[in-house]
Design a protein around this ligand. Structure first.
Ligand SMILES: [Zn+2]
Length: 174
């Protein structure tokens, strides 16, 4: 069941942060998709694609091994626009409830000595990684989360009416 069908996000007003993208009932359970927005869309450079790929590997590995959270992690992956990540979790926690997890995940990048799974057996483009740049983006975002922890803007998306295209299809980016 779709709970937030008629509104989408106004990308001109987004700041980096942790946001609910959608909530769905799957069988008897709730599943929540979060946007983990790392850069400000169309206002600052998107994340370097190799660094994005490295952040995908390191943080997915972190989340799926975290003993407190791993059973609730359904999916972690990059946005096509390279401004952030999608996280899908079991349950319907608020963005503030996962603040600690996201902060821990991005802080974990600092201590990575190599990129997990950067081999031809484990990855579809194993040469396209950049660990040092991934650390730079991760540290920047972690510092941002810390200094904005009391700022509600980083937890609540600015909404706009969903785009209807000429052929009457509704627009979705995920
Ligand atoms: Zn890969």
């Amino acid at each position: 069941m779709e709970l937030i069908a008629s509104f989408s996000v106004d990308h001109t007003k987004i700041v980096p942060g942790i946001f609910v993208s959608r909530e769905d009932n799957v069988g008897d359970s709730m599943v929540t998709t979060y946007d983990i927005r790392v850069t400000r869309p169309n206002r600052e450079p998107a994340i370097d694609v190799a660094a994005m790929h490295t952040l995908e590997h390191i943080i997915a590995t972190f989340l799926r091994n975290d003993t407190d959270w791993k059973d609730d992690i359904i999916y972690w992956g990059p946005m096509g626009c390279l401004t952030g990540f999608y996280l899908i979790l079991k349950g319907n926690r608020s963005p503030k409830d996962i603040y600690g997890l996201i902060l821990k995940a991005f802080e974990s990048v600092k201590s990575a000595e190599s990129v997990p799974g950067a081999t031809p057996e484990n990855c579809g483009h194993y040469l396209m990684h950049n660990l040092e740049m991934a650390k730079w983006y991760a540290a920047k975002f972690a510092n941002y989360l810390i200094s904005n922890s009391e700022n509600d803007e980083i937890f609540l998306y600015p909404k706009t009416e969903r785009l209807i295209m000429d052929d009457n299809q509704k627009f979705y980016d995920s």
